[in-house]
Design a protein around this ligand. Structure first.
Ligand code: HEC
Ligand code: HEC
Length: 325
């Protein structure tokens, strides 16, 4: 029974994942009026465009491969089971799924998370450090250049410093948790709609050593400093993208409840950890006020541990403050 389901799911999910220019079936919220709505180029556009130097095409394709097969850097840049495309669906092009191109057209800009003006490379480094529980390719390296080239190509024809962007990020449900949000109801939603792919224990599933369904908590998942630990971020992501193949099918309340449930489970430490989760929560409260980190669950303080997952260090060296004094 279990294997039959598994084979069916593999056929359903793995095949389209390998197809080029994945189009996930969508049932998305209406685009608000007056926003810039981006049409990202396709691989056919890239191939057909003779104005792009063949050498640049190669570099863009390498960046794309890094983005969707990030596990090839396991143990180097990545220490969990995710790829960039695990959260940025449709190869980082899909509206309402954190399309990545706005980082190209809105940076350099001030970022609240690290309180300084960030470059595109630093923004990419942020997702390596937190979402991938890893450490970024060196600034200015070939690998960083390839990723940046891919992001920039996806941004083709988008206006620079336009900030009124439709379908950007994961946040359309608003930031404040509903007053009646429920962990227990979230668990019921999880078991009915998510566990079949992501596992009862949230650890995801692998086949022949390859990640087929990524983990939602535990050592293989995003760490406590990742944007996805904010309950509102996960709720909006889930609402518009999960269950895979049936986006938009959960009620808003169920999306909030299940986001609270998965983000109340343990995961690798926040690289900004001071040695005390409650203190770290207070220190980065502008971020953690939206997460469950440093709060109590079943008599334990979430995030109070020294576990960095399979990463043999806490904080990547690339995470540095920047000042212009
Ligand atoms: C665990 C989920 C997750 C993974 C994996 C992940 N990201 Fe992200 N990423 C996020 C979230 C959450 C945001 C913030 C979106 C928001 O502001 O609502 C984000 C934002 C971004 C942005 C900025 C987009 C903008 O609107 O400015 C870029 C660029 C980006 N990620 C690149 C990457 C790259 C490259 C990788 C792989 C190395 C990656 N991400 C892996 C969750 C993830
Ligand atoms: C049919 C299988 C399937 C079901 C059911 C499903 N997911 Fe996913 N989920 C995936 C896959 C596959 C990805 C990675 C996306 C990709 O690679 O295209 C993913 C990605 C995610 C991610 C971001 C990556 C990560 O590992 O953190 C979250 C969060 C998530 N799913 C939550 C949920 C929740 C909550 C539910 C239930 C409401 C759910 N999913 C149901 C297959 C599924």
């Amino acid at each position: 029974m279990k294997t039959t389901w598994y084979a069916m799911l593999l056929a359903l999910v793995a095949a389209p994942l390998q197809a080029q220019d994945v189009k996930v079936p969508v049932n998305l919220p209406p685009m608000p009026e007056g926003k810039y709505v981006h049409e990202a180029p396709t691989l056919e556009d890239l191939e057909a465009d003779e104005s792009i130097n063949p050498e640049l095409k190669k570099v863009i394709l390498k960046g794309r491969d890094m983005f969707i097969n990030t596990q090839q850097f396991r143990g180097e840049y990545v220490f969990n089971d995710l790829s960039c495309s695990s959260c940025h669906l449709g190869e980082g092009k899909l509206n309402w799924s954190g399309p990545v191109w706005p980082a190209v057209t809105t940076l350099p800009d001030f970022r609240g998370k690290n309180q300084h003006v960030n470059s595109l490379e630093e923004r990419i480094a942020g997702c390596f450090s937190f979402s991938m529980n890893g450490t970024p390719p060196e600034y200015g390296s070939d690998d960083m250049l390839a990723l940046a080239a891919y992001h920039q190509w996806v941004a083709t024809n988008a206006p620079v410093y336009e900030r009124n962007i439709g379908g950007r990020g994961f946040g359309h449900l608003g930031r404040e948790m509903p007053a009646d949000i429920s962990y227990e109801k979230g668990q019921v939603v999880y078991e009915a709609n998510c566990a079949i792919c992501h596992g009862e224990d949230g650890a995801g599933q692998k086949k022949d050593g390859q990640v087929v369904f990524p983990p939602l908590w535990g050592d293989g998942s995003y760490n406590w400093g990742a944007g996805m630990v904010r309950v509102y971020t996960a709720a909006s992501f889930i609402k518009n993208n999960m269950p895979l193949g049936k986006p938009g099918s959960l009620s808003d309340a169920d999306a909030w409840n299940v986001a609270l449930y998965i983000n109340s489970q343990e995961r690798p430490q926040d690289p900004r950890y001071t040695g005390d989760a409650k203190e770290t929560r207070e220190k980065y409260l502008n971020f953690h006020k939206y997460s469950m980190y440093g709060t109590e669950r079943d008599g334990r303080t979430l995030g109070q541990h020294d576990n960095t997952g399979s990463k043999p260090f806490l904080k990547p060296a690339a995470l540095k403050p920047r000042t212009f004094e």
